[in-house]
Design a protein around this ligand. Structure first.
Ligand code: 5GP
Length: 113
């Protein structure tokens, strides 16, 4: 079971800001921006965004829509959506998730804050 599945099952605590039938979102434990949320599908069938895009593109679209809604609710609506894909790109949890970063981002940066 992934660490995110443990959060979904309420086995470990998290600051959950959104939940629907197929998606959960909570604050990253080590925030890199004033707003740093993780948007996570409840299924752990997909290790990364490439697998998710191939296997369930509608769920990926749902994640993007949730990210947009949360950036509007918790910041000014503008946001950076990051999918680290592979260990060499910084992925440490192999249960697909989107980082939503917003609020006071440095201009022009492509990396996490
Ligand atoms: P990745 O490095 O795989 O792209 O992102 C994993 C993210 O999960 C990291 O930003 C890390 O801080 C976050 N994270 C890891 N464990 C936990 C946890 O137990 N709770 C929360 N809220 N975030 C976590």
């Amino acid at each position: 079971m992934s660490i995110f599945s443990s959060i979904i099952a309420r086995e470990i605590p998290a600051d959950i800001v959104f939940e629907s039938e197929r998606i959960i979102a909570f604050r990253d434990i080590a925030p890199r921006a004033p707003l740093h949320l993780l948007v996570v599908p409840k299924t752990e069938a997909y290790a990364n965004v490439v697998e998710l895009a191939a296997g369930d593109p509608a769920l990926l679209a749902e994640m993007v829509a949730v990210g947009r809604e949360l950036a509007a609710e918790h910041a000014d609506g503008d946001f950076r959506l990051i999918f680290n894909t592979g260990a060499n790109a910084g992925q440490s949890v192999f249960h697909v998730h989107a980082h939503v970063l917003a609020g006071g981002l440095s201009e022009g940066s492509l990396g996490q804050e």
